[in-house]
Design a protein around this ligand. Sequence first.
Ligand SMILES: [Ca+2]
Length: 300
Amino acid sequence: MDSRSIRGAYMSIVVRAAPIYLTKQVIDINNEPDPIKLTLELEIINNAEQDVYIKVTSTKYTVENPEQGSVTAGGSRRIHPTIDIPQPASLPYSDTIDVVIEVYADSNYTQKLTEGTLEIPLEIDNYEAWASTTIYTFDEGDEGWTGYDSLDSKSVEPGGQSLKVHADTSSSQTVTKAFTITSPEITPTGSRMVVVVYTKVAASSKADNSIFRASLRVKVYDTVNATERVLNEVWLFYSKTLNLNESEETPWRKLMVEVPSDMLSNPIQIIIEGELYLYAPSPVVNSIDLYIDHVVIAQQ
Ligand SMILES: [Ca+2]
């Protein structure tokens, strides 16, 4: 995956964050609980000659799952710390989250080797209430979006629909399916554009020790210059193992990104691309479905 932003190097430990954290993390307040739960995706690359253990803390906010486990010598692993942010009293709300990456030599987190801090700018607002906002619900059809497999009755809006991408195994034990879902052309109307995408994934296993992965990237494409930029990338299933007759469906998750202002000169398209991966240890029909719904294009 394209994880380009190196935000800190601690001895020979490198932390890479998704591209969005280079700029700003936007959070749309709609459907958020209190506290808001912000899950980050960070890649820890351990170039040291010893295994290390990673703990994630913050001086400002509570990290729900601070102890993130080991990263082997010479290896890398993606971690997903969740940060609790109390609902602000008024909107818009701006702050900077300090994400402290602590590196330990032991699994009891007592021998600290080093630490470093990622500063992630944050803005919380009701983007759906911005003056110029389009919401694609897909409840009446695909609304000009392409690249999905079918419309499905799972929906953020009760009784509505979403876009679905499907993959399954049959005789082959490993299946990898890439997909690219593209919006209709969108004309920028102001100086800011925030994009919110609701997504979920569901997997079903017909054999013990089946493995599922699902990754997703949000990109913006300049239709005049034919250039594109990755705005965010996440794993919905990082490496999910299910056994015979087990299934799992995530809740709806929100991907929230701001389109950089220098990409707002020409008509753009939002591209949601990703990869589904399945492994079945025997020739059975394992399946995985990824859903896209309630895409908000907020402008002001
Ligand atoms: Ca819908």
